[in-house]
Design a protein around this ligand. Structure first.
Ligand code: NAD
Ligand code: DAU
Length: 336
């Protein structure tokens, strides 16, 4: 199988490329990535000389770059490429619209033109807006009600996927996942930021009182979910990917502090995120029941593995934190 993975130099895309090349000896991967601040070819060092892997630098919002990466044609496009960070979308939304909407449109056009046999859109539970209490869940039928420029852009891309299936019968599957965590996550998201701050003896900024909650999925489990959907998913379907492992932000931080031998003086309560969604919670029964996927890594086990990875790969994140990140964080800190 020949797969075009977009955004493969980012966090989950690079984990998925390594997953596929390890598991399927005769699959080929083309990785189309713009190498934004979040794209990092060091994530792919172990496969860069693999004859089954090709890297193409380019932008999914540019149809010529998409054509160049597809070449003679591919079996499937898996679209991981996106601007992904909610706080950055609040500071500067334009790139979110370009990549997450226009970029998705260009990929759909390529599938419609027969240059790829099918496409899987990697998307988020944030398109549904928020749940108001633990126990309430988003299903595949929940109405889109996005809150941030990020989630509105992802919702735009996902709506185009639905429209292409209904209008042109374009073979497409959309997935909505809960929050990812694990190795290689850029240290701007809650867990990667908190671990790296604690390793640097800095405090962890908690927005508001930390009472909001998120649902968490470890890298390996998300890779297995997409692998399952790639091989067994039905065209035109939507699959929610969730673990029901829901934790308040403050409890995530307290668990991290315990695992890292630190006390609660390392928490710094800061101004809340504007438009902050209270909670996300995904009902994964369709994916589990129809396709037989289930998560295997508990939140706490995944957290320990993640801490170990950041401890063992300090050069990876220290390089990031001393570059573009500094400028972003200065702006962001003003915002919160
Ligand atoms: P990431 O931010 O770590 O990486 C994104 C990658 O996309 C980078 O390599 C970047 O260079 C590339 N990219 C950005 N704009 C591009 C463009 N115009 N053309 C080509 N490449 C471009 O991403 P992530 O956190 O691993 O998320 C991957 C996907 O999963 C995204 O679609 C995101 O919306 C979705 N998602 C993320 C989470 C999460 O918790 N991180 C949860 C659910 C869904
Ligand atoms: O739900 C899936 C989404 O999860 C993905 O679609 C997004 O790409 C991804 O970034 C993530 O969005 P969140 O906004 O949930 O993730 P983030 O790590 O930014 O924040 C998690 C929670 O922690 C959120 O309630 C805000 C809070 N937070 C975050 C940061 C960075 C803090 O309290 N302090 C922080 O420093």
């Amino acid at each position: 199988m020949k797969i075009l993975i977009t955004g493969g130099a980012g966090f989950m895309g690079s984990n998925f490329i390594k997953h596929i090349l390890n598991k399927y000896p005769d699959y080929q991967i083309i990785n189309l990535d713009k190498l934004t601040y979040a794209g990092n070819l060091e994530n792919l060092k172990e496969v860069e000389n693999d004859s089954r892997y090709t890297f193409v630098k380019g932008d999914i919002a540019d149809e010529n770059d998409v054509d160049k990466a597809i070449g003679e044609g591919v079996d499937v496009i898996i679209n991981y490429a996106a601007e992904t960070h909610v706080d950055r979308s609040i500071l500067d939304p334009k790139a979110f619209l370009e990549t997450d909407i226009l970029g998705t449109f260009n990929l759909l056009e390529a599938v419609r033109a027969g240059k790829a046999k099918k496409m899987i859109q990697i998307s988020t539970d944030e398109v549904f807006g928020m749940v108001h209490e633990m126990g309430e869940e988003f299903t595949e039928e929940s109405r889109f009600d996005p809150s941030s420029p990020y989630s509105a852009s992802k919702a735009g891309g996902d709506h185009m996927c639905g429209a292409y299936f209904k209008t042109y019968d374009t073979p497409i599957i959309v997935t909505h996942s809960c929050n990812f965590f694990g190795p290689n996550q850029y240290p701007e998201k809650l867990i990667s930021l908190a671990i790296t701050n604690l390793l640097e003896d800095k405090k962890v900024p908690v927005y508001g009182e930390g009472n909001q909650f998120r649902e968490w999925i470890f890298t390996e489990d998300h890779c297995n979910a997409i692998d399952t959907i790639l091989h067994k998913g039905e065209m035109g379907e939507v699959y929610n990917i969730g673990t029901r492992q829901r934790r308040k932000n403050i409890d995530v931080i307290k668990t991290l502090l315990k695992f890292m031998g630190k006390d609660e003086n390392n928490i710094e309560k800061v101004k809340d995120r504007p438009g902050h969604d209270f909670g996300y919670a995904i009902n994964p029964d369709k994916l589990m029941g129809e396709l037989g996927w289930k998560p295997a890594v508990s939140f706490e086990e995944g957290l320990q593995k993640t801490i170990d990875w950041y401890k063992e790969n300090q050069d990876w994140w220290k390089k990031i934190k001393s570059g573009e990140y500094k400028e972003y964080y200065a702006k962001q800190y003003k915002n919160v």
